[in-house]
Design a binder for this molecule. Structure first.
Ligand code: ZN
Ligand code: ZN
Length: 321
């Protein structure tokens, strides 16, 4: 099968053997996949992956030896593959399984391919009312929802999102549902326009007030973004870190102690809730699509996604033969 293969550099291969479902797994024919910042980070060596890149997708189950009744289901998939028996798994924290594989990120082939195998338990059926173009946003939308799962936001609070890229836009669309006083630090004209279409206030970084926000979500993954988040949070407020950082981050930790700031790392989130928001039209992600490439042009898709300010780039993995 065709696949975008990472081994130091990404390259397009057409000789990757299609995966075979293990016990409890399904074979999924990938329909659409999305490129995200983590893919860019992996190409820069954030984590050594040798295999198929990609972890955001919508597809169709084409084989499931242990659940033949699910063949034909249109699905999205959680990307953490847990062992099920370690201490974290037994405590219900499968995302933190010490033996975990993560599709397209850690020791497991991803979704920029014609087919992918995932455990049946990871695969959630997509309601008919949600088109592929929206369903493909389920993984990052779930990650955005993880913010409010970790730090409940009330209507009388002030929230600030630093960064209006792919993930920042989704986080803003989730926070806006809480009724809180929300602003998003946005640099690019297109990012600002996209926020305006959903009635979210954007501000320039120079306009950020010191120590005013109850909750700041840092979605840039840059030291300057963290510094801005630190400056904006009020004493006893929370900073949710939503992006990984290249290298080590420098910060004045004494001031975090004195101001009693909560620093919260945040990763994957709840898929069923993300699917509900999409099905109810409470989050409409398709205006965030920048471009769509065929899998055969996957390298061009990665190049486009790496350009500054570019929103979601989709890869159509349905190869016509
Ligand atoms: Zn991602
Ligand atoms: Zn485990």
């Amino acid at each position: 099968m065709k696949a975008l293969w990472l081994d130091g550099e990404p390259r397009l291969r057409d000789d990757v053997p299609p995966p075979l479902p293990a016990a409890g797994e399904a074979l999924v024919k990938v329909r659409l996949a999305g490129v995200c910042a983590t893919d860019m980070a992996l190409m820069r060596g954030y984590h050594p992956l040798r295999g198929v890149l990609g972890h955001e997708f919508v597809g169709e189950i084409t084989a499931a030896p242990d659940a033949p009744e699910r063949v034909g289901e249109r699905v999205v998939g959680e990307i953490n593959i847990a062992c099920g028996s370690c201490r974290e798994c037994r405590a219900g924290r499968k995302q933190h399984c010490s033996q975990r594989q993560v599709a397209g990120i850690r020791e497991r082939d991803g979704v920029f391919a014609e087919f992918v195998c995932l455990p049946l338990l990871n695969l959630h059926p997509v309601p008919n009312s949600v088109p592929d173009e929206a369903a493909v946003f389920c993984e990052p939308l779930a990650a955005a929802l993880e913010v409010v799962q970790q730090v409940p936001v009330t209507p009388n609070q002030r929230a600030l999102v630093v960064g209006a890229g792919r993930l920042g836009q989704l986080i803003a669309r989730v926070l806006r549902l809480s009724g809180c006083e929300l602003a998003v630090v946005a640099r690019h004209a297109q990012q600002r326009a996209l926020l305006e279409t959903v009635g979210v206030r954007w501000i320039d970084e120079d306009a950020v007030t010191d120590a005013h926000a109850d909750l700041v979500v840092e979605a840039t993954g840059s030291p300057s973004g963290f510094a801005l988040a630190r400056r904006a949070v009020r004493p006893r407020g929370s900073i949710v870190l939503k992006s990984t950082y290249p290298g080590l981050l420098e910060a004045d930790f004494s001031s975090l102690v004195v101001d009693e700031i909560s620093l919260i790392g945040s990763r994957c989130g709840p898929f069923p809730a993300a699917l509900r928001l999409l099905a109810q039209g409470l989050v409409e992600p398709t205006p965030l699509i920048d471009a769509r490439f065929a899998l055969a042009d996957g390298l061009a898709a990665l190049g486009r996604a790496a350009e500054p300010g570019v929103m979601k780039v989709l890869i159509d993995c349905r190869v016509s033969t």
